[in-house]
Design a protein around this ligand. Structure first.
Ligand SMILES: Cc1ncc(COP(=O)(O)O)c(C=O)c1O
Length: 379
């Protein structure tokens, strides 16, 4: 297996920026852009004249690499068009009844909030579990879940604090009540291992444009066999069926895999790009990638604290840390942000629900300790 240092060669962005904004939109690695470029060249020179094998291969590659990343079966993986679109499959397709409830966490990124709001009109109660110092406590979740809870939907990693939740422990809370565990995984997948079967996740959606190092508008979905039995696709398309090229057979059944949620034309260029990006996770290994991300965020966290910054990300337990490090400076956050921006550092300035402003640093495994030192030197 190549050394993690070699991953950097994939990122031309390093020549002009210190890129610490993977919690927003990632820069694309060469493995992704070359794969996409090859496809675009093929389309411009040959259209589809040379057959559909390019699509079949791309789809199979992404499903297979996605399945390996999630420790899942290929048939439980499907392609999403965004995190939101994946989550909406559950929001629109689960047979909620009036009086049921759904458990969410407060102050999550709205992708995992807005899709559920219309359920209130159908008499579904939405329970928001509060977060305390950036953490969502298992006790608070346990108190919110009961026999009327049909779905618990949480982010793997919180977008503003970087808190990484123990999904296996949440699944334990869901199990006695037979509630499904649905996960918005965009802020963690690609940075940390997630074994969906071992953790007891039922449904997952993550677009590729953050930690998966892929393009926007394409991502990975996972649906467990038990969730597949319960969710009725709200959107059935010509590709949802068992034999899509039997055009005139409207009576045929849906695919009996999660691929029934892939309803119509694919974002082929995006899928091919994602395939290229996913190859890097298998080449360099997720353990090395996670270790490097933690090394970098730890280094930065220590340096910031020494300079009087207040960390807003929970950092006491390793298993709760992520690639997101949010901190508020002892000076004006906007001024600090501007100073870093001028020095070529790409990061985010984020508002917190309590009105505080903080800087969000989100390095990936190709960043270096030297870059963290340069950031600290600027501050
Ligand atoms: C937790 C979380 N979920 C989802 C998204 C994006 O959702 P989508 O892929 O639907 O645009 C973001 C950030 O953009 C996010 O931070």
């Amino acid at each position: 297996m190549p050394h993690i240092e070699d991953l950097r060669e994939q990122f031309p962005v390093c020549r002009s920026h210190i890129y610490l904004n993977h919690a927003a939109v990632c820069p694309l690695p060469i493995a992704c852009t070359e794969a996409m470029g090859g496809y675009l060249h093929e389309l411009s020179h040959h259209g589809i004249a040379r057959g559909p094998s390019i699509w079949t291969e791309a789809l199979n590659t992404v499903r297979d690499r996605g399945a390996r990343l999630l420790h899942a079966e290929d048939e439980d993986i499907f392609i999403v068009r965004s995190t939101t679109q994946g989550l909406s499959i559950v929001a629109l397709g689960f047979p909620f009844q009036p009086g049921d409830n759904l458990v969410l966490a407060e102050h999550e990124f709205p992708a995992n909030q807005r899709v559920w709001m219309p359920l209130r009109k159908r008499g579904v109660e939405i329970r928001f579990v509060r977060s305390q110092q950036g953490r969502i406590a298992l006790d608070d979740l346990a108190a919110a879940i009961d026999d009327k809870t049909r779905v618990v939907s949480l982010s793997f990693v919180q977008f503003h604090t970087g808190f990484r939740i123990d999904l296996a422990a949440v699944a334990e809370l869901c199990r006695p009540h037979d509630a499904l565990l649905c996960v918005d995984a965009i802020q963690g997948l690609g940075a940390f291992d997630l074994d969906v079967k071992a953790a007891g996740v039922d449904f997952l959606s993550a677009d590729a444009h953050k930690w998966l190092l892929g393009p926007e508008g394409v991502g990975l979905g996972y649906c467990s066999p038990r969730a597949l039995e319960r969710i009725e696709p709200a959107l059935e398309g010509w590709l949802s069926v068992a034999h899509p090229f039997d055009f005139y057979d409207l009576a045929q059944p849906l695919k009996n895999t999660a691929q029934r949620f892939e309803d119509s034309a694919y974002n082929v260029a995006g899928i091919i790009g994602l395939g290229g990006s996913l190859s890097l996770f298998h080449k360099f290994g997720l353990p090395a990638i996670s270790a490097r991300i933690l090394e970098l965020t730890d280094h930065l966290a220590e340096g910031l604290e020494r300079r009087g910054w207040k960390l807003l990300s929970p950092r006491a337990r390793t298993e709760e840390k992520s690639g997101i490090l949010t901190a508020s400076p002892p000076a004006d956050p906007k001024a600090c942000y501007k100073r870093l921006e001028e020095a070529g550092v790409v990061l985010s300035l984020r508002d917190f629900p309590d009105g505080r402003q903080a800087l969000r640093f989100a390095p990936h495994a190709y960043n270096t300790v030297e870059e963290m030192e340069q950031v600290l030197a600027v501050l």
